[in-house]
Design a protein. Structure first.
Lengths: 362, 286, 190
């Protein structure tokens, strides 16, 4: 005889125990340490920090270990932790013009003040599996040079001196924060950039790529891509001045885009902007392209109906925690709704004379 | 979980949610935007309902959680455990014992009283969303009370199928003003929404809260020549013999055998304890 | 009543504000019904119920308008310490508190917009007495009321006009001592 299913509680406990066992894997093999993840899987750690909106490499590495390497799951752990943290205050805007650059390249000038610095990039590696890494080898070291300590100027400033690129004046108004206020449309650029900085790397990449293939083309050049450390400073009212509370690594991309000009504006270049925690080149370039595509309205361009021009579409679908939650929830029980559809389909088929009503088991 | 505040959320977040609940009650059926927080369970698992419950529960409450009508479905168990740990509330599976009931996809069969609160988990709060995907457009439609699109959709169903082809999340009109999504409850449950309890709806991912005060007028959309029909499977419950409860269909073998049993497990157990029997129970006893 | 701004908040904020919110929610969901509301001890002239409501619902994100005598140094300091709400004029108020005479005209408060009717002010009206109205008060119908309810109101026409704006409009709490009742915009008043 049928009895209603019981035992959900025990099933959950057992599933969690099994999960913990699978996470650890073969106990004959040394356990992965959080330190190892933090120092050797840095690009993944950076992604977890960027999309988790929390700059903390230790926590990001811990989340990756806990999530068995599922980065979206790790981002989720970080987000859920982050939201419980109290806010002590706001920092000053970081000054990327004062960045200690590890990498700085421009696609628009052959050479320029501050130079082209390749830094630790995959760009010119041949993508050949390095079987030496399968064995534990001796540590390698790169040649070193003393840092000049000079500030590296932004490429867009050279264009700006000639008036060839739109002005991007400093704006000290407090930007909105979509983690504290519900998203409201139309969204101003600062809010769009916040959403993009947190958005899924794959989604942002796909959106950016679509603009390159003609769905809202913006003719982007990477004016500059820079990666390095910047100081984080906070005003302390009791002291009456700002103190440095730490240093973070960020990737900044500024694109230089074609612009035809309008009735009020002479022809000039425009900008797209991307800023992401850690070394996150793909994400920051993608972000710049999508940012630029979303600016069609303020720049008086045509809306060609491209997905990347549609702020509502981009902002509502770029968050991987929202997306994966709603996507995966369809595996939860839906038998009540399904039953109501089943009855409706049966009723309509019956009325259409399509088939007989199936009888319940007697 | 001593590291976290009572009912998990910090007080400022609870205040923000509470203010949204009050606006929802003052404007029944209107979806109040709120700054939904990331919860320690995924979006889609009831984060909206959980936030509303967290902002509503007091240490004196007795809490019940159902999913698909049942207390023992895995996610109902998980949410119940979450509040046992974080809010230290009493929990129950008995509908009449509960002061706050969080639900996914069902309204309990037993009528709720004035002392109870029903909290719904809502996936897509916007009833017009599948007709118009843009929030900017649907917000205008609600502002202008422009619901023609919904009526056209329902009427097209009738002309194509002879019926309104919506079996769950069947749209309602609240107090003659807002068209509202009742969450994905079967349309069988729609008439129960005019009730003595307070009803609160939380959509976490979509960042909306809405509400119905007790006895609010809730009318399922229909047409004069095609009145609303809250039908269900034409069977009694195989276990308790109930004629008027919503049923789950259970496949019992690979020969086309199936049976129908109450989806509301507490209701069914109570009836059986009171001596009601269904055809299956009779057979088993014979 | 205490006078020290540092006192009179909740001793157990999470639990007390949860209980207070339930009383506030209950009365708003059932217009005309009166409930006890206490927990905070605000400085005069604020009532315990009004102080508890402010402490439960307001924080740095909500503008509060102190009308008439409520706008005094003791109340300002108490709000600054326990709530942190910015004090604003009526046109920017999320919440306003004071006697009816001090709060009017109600045309001074935002009633929300067609797209966002929730962007409106909630008024906390301090009254001398809050008692079951019997058959003497105004007759209320609408959401939250099974048949009809009765309530004493400072006047009738202004609440009828407010209801006519629905879904826009203002929502009202009435407080006296440690008691509270409510009249949301959805209620029809006769």
């Amino acid at each position: 005889m049928y009895v209603a299913v019981k035992g959900g509680e025990r099933a959950i406990e057992n599933a969690h125990a099994w999960l913990a066992e699978e996470r650890r894997g073969d106990v004959a093999i040394a356990e992965l340490s959080v330190e190892q993840i933090k120092s050797q899987l840095t690009i993944a750690v950076n992604r977890v920090m960027a999309e988790g909106s929390l700059y903390d490499p230790d926590l990001a590495a811990l989340a990756m270990k806990q999530s068995r390497g599922d980065l979206i799951e790790a981002i989720f752990l970080i987000r859920a932790y982050r939201t419980t943290l109290p806010r002590f205050g706001n920092t000053r805007p970081i000054e990327t013009s004062e960045m200690e650059c590890e990498r700085r390249i421009s696609a628009t000038y052959k050479d320029l003040p501050g130079g082209q610095v390749l830094g630790p990039t995959f760009d010119y590696t041949h993508r050949l599996l390095d079987f030496k890494l399968a064995a534990e080898g001796a540590p390698t070291s790169a040649p070193e040079r003393k840092a000049s300590g000079d500030l590296v100027p932004h490429v867009a400033e050279f264009l700006n001196q000639e008036g060839l690129i739109e002005e991007a004046p400093r704006d000290d108004t407090t930007p909105p924060d979509l983690t504290r206020e519900p998203l409201e449309l139309p969204a101003e650029r600062a809010l769009r950039l916040q959403a993009l900085a947190r958005a899924d790397e794959g989604f942002t990449l796909g959106m950016a790529y679509s603009t390159q293939r003609g769905y809202g083309r913006t003719h982007a050049f990477v004016g500059e891509l820079r990666i390095g450390q910047v100081a984080v400073e906070m005003d302390i009212p009791e002291l009456g001045f700002a103190i440095e509370v730490g240093e973070i690594t960020v990737t900044e991309c500024e694109t230089v885009n074609q612009f035809k000009g309008s009735k009020s504006e002479p022809p000039q270049f425009t900008r797209g902007y991307g800023l992401v925690f850690g070394q996150s080149e793909r994400k920051s370039i993608s972000m710049s392209l999508v940012d630029r595509a979303l600016r069609w309205e303020e720049l008086g361009e045509d809306n060609v109906g491209a997905p990347a021009q549609d702020a509502e579409f981009v902002l509502y679908h770029g968050d991987n925690i929202q997306a994966t939650g709603f996507l995966e929830h369809i595996k939860l029980p839906h038998y009540v709704d399904f039953q109501s559809e089943l009855e409706l389909v049966r009723k309509m088929r019956r009325e259409a004379g399509a088939d007989q009503m199936p009888e319940a088991a007697e | 979980m001593t590291d976290y505040n009572f009912a998990y959320l910090d007080e400022q977040t609870k205040r923000m949610i509470r203010r949204a609940i009050l606006k929802g009650l003052a404007i029944p059926g209107y979806q109040v935007p709120f700054a939904s927080r990331e919860m320690p369970m995924p979006y889609g698992w009831g984060t909206g309902g959980v936030q509303v419950s967290a902002a509503t529960l007091t240490p004196d409450d007795t809490f019940k959680v159902i999913d698909q009508g049942a207390d023992d479905t895995t996610n109902a168990v998980s949410i119940r455990q979450f509040f046992e740990k974080t809010a230290d509330v009493e929990t129950t599976t008995e509908t009449s014992e509960a002061t706050v009931i969080q639900t996914r996809h069902r309204i309990p069969e037993e009528p709720l009283s004035e002392d109870q609160i029903l909290v719904y988990q809502v996936p897509i709060p916007e009833p017009l969303r599948f007709l118009e995907p843009r929030e900017t457009e649907t917000r205008k439609m609600h502002a202008l009370e422009e619901y023609g699109l919904m009526h056209v959709k329902l009427y097209e169903d009738i002309s194509r199928h002879g019926h309104i082809a919506t079996a769950y999340a069947y749209p309602v009109k609240v107090e003659g003003r807002y068209v509202m999504d009742p969450s994905p409850i079967p349309k069988f449950d729609n008439p129960k929404m005019e009730m003595a309890a307070i009803q609160l709806f939380g959509a976490g991912r979509e960042q909306r809260i809405y509400a119905l005060p007790p006895y609010t007028k809730v009318v399922s959309l229909d047409f004069e020549d095609h009145p609303f029909d809250p039908s269900k499977a034409p069977h009694p419950c195989g276990l308790c013999g109930a004629e008027h409860s919503y049923l789950d269909e259970v496949i019992t073998d690979d020969q086309g055998g199936r049976m129908f049993v109450c989806s509301d497990t507490d209701y069914c157990e109570k009836r059986r304890a009171a001596g009601h029997v269904g055809t299956l129970t009779q057979e088993a006893a014979a | 009543m205490q006078t020290n701004a540092l006192e009179g908040g909740f001793a157990q904020p999470a639990q007390q504000s949860a209980l207070a919110f339930r009383a506030i929610m209950d009365v708003l969901a059932r217009p005309g019904q009166i409930k006890d509301l206490s927990g905070a001890i605000p400085p005069l002239p604020l009532s315990i119920a009004a102080g508890t409501a402010l402490l439960t619902l307001c924080d740095t994100d909500t503008g509060v308008y102190l009308a008439g005598d409520a706008d005094c140094a003791a109340v300002r300091e108490w709000i600054a310490f326990h709530i942190g709400a910015p004090l604003v004029g009526p046109s920017h108020a999320d919440f306003a508190v004071g006697t009816w005479a001090a709060l009017v005209p109600i045309s001074a408060y935002p009633i929300g917009t067609a797209e966002y009717p929730d962007r409106s002010t909630t008024l906390i009206v301090e009254t001398d007495a809050l008692e079951a109205a019997g058959s003497k008060g105004a007759t209320l119908t609408g959401p939250g009321i099974q048949q009809t309810a009765q309530m004493h109101l400072p006047e009738v026409a202004v609440f009828q006009h407010n209801h006519a704006l629905f879904p826009l409009g203002l929502d009202f709490f009435f407080t006296s001592g440690s008691r509270i009742a409510a009249l949301p915009r959805s209620t029809e008043v006769r």
